[in-house]
Design a protein around this ligand. Sequence first.
Ligand code: SF4
Length: 435
Amino acid sequence: MTVDPQKVRIEGVYEQRQPGYFMLRVKVPGGVLSSEQALKVCEIAERFAGGGIHLTTRTSIEFHWLKEGDLAEAARMLQAVGLTSRGACGGAVRGVSCSTQFSDDFPRVQVLARKLHHHFTQNPHFENLPKKFKIGVDAGYEGARHLIQDAGLVLVETDGESARYDVWAAGGLGREPVPGFLLEERVPEERIILLVEALVRVYKQHTPKGKRLKHLLKEIGQEAFRKLLREEIGREEVLVISDGFQKRLTPQTAAGRPERVEARIFAGELKVGTLRRLAELAARHAAGFMALTPEQNVALFLTEDASAIEATQALAGMGLCGGPSEEQVGFRICPGNHECRMGLAPTRDIARDILKVMGPEGSRLSWAIAGCPNSCSQPQLAEMGIVTIKLVKEEGGERRALFDLYRLEKRGAFGKLIRQGIGLDELLQSVSAIG
Ligand code: SF4
């Protein structure tokens, strides 16, 4: 191998579990993808990634099964449609996510997500960070994803073109999940880049290598953290980020409420043929854009003259909406040890086992399973969350995965640990006992 795995991380590349293969992660700011971009993604997946992609819970795209010699060409093809993988892995500001695609204000927050993406991506000031730095922009508190961001921005007030955001900081999951704290309330939009940039700079200067912002906060406390931030902001100049004209990508009808249809994609595993058809539907009914959702699905926001019935029928014909399919249960699933080097369990297989034993009550809940304590599928935010915590050796030498089970008891908080260190049989029994 000639590429240095550590060096290529900043390009959005991780070594896969299978030696000689790589994962390439692509930033999709706010999760909004044009039909043209989707078609290019299909081309790359067909040439290099076995004809499929993985949709992540941070509304990014991952290609698996790339060989070393494919990486540069895939990156070049992404650039041709304005996409990049730079900073999607490693110590950088990661892809800026939105998780409130079904809010009326999604068209507004996606614009800020793209501005933040452009400000922080490919800029050496915001690379070589101690670890990852995650930004999320949301149109409201639904889903509570502001709690797991290094900088979580929640739209709380709009007046014409002006907007204000609550800013949360220093949250994160992983082995030690820590909810973010409310740093500032009702921050005008024109101060957001200034404030988030100061957070990134404080993080870069004061946090040991390999640690997240939550570590710094724990070490020095809120008061010292705020002081560092004030000093940093004092050195910055205010950035004007006003627009000359409307820059929203997904339609907003005169009534203020576009109709939406959603394609449900099991485990975010999307085949090229399906994505091509979604790109066609987006071009015909949704002004040429689709939104990747944190539930690993694809949403289309229909234009006023589009037919919701026609779009829904098309999705139903593809088996992506309607009907009592097991795949209609909301289930966020990370790649686990199917592809990920960190993975301890085959997450997609286990999810299918769980769906088989799930009763009607369970199927009304939202689920998430993570293949290791990194918790990429955000199990602590699902109504029922499963984290693979470790492997233990059996008498015959075989290894068996153990799981923690979480249940959400209170909106706006992390789920509560209700079973700890259980095996797969016990996990399935617990699931079947729901309802
Ligand atoms: S949770 Fe673990 S196994 Fe799953 S994608 Fe993240 S690092 Fe990989």
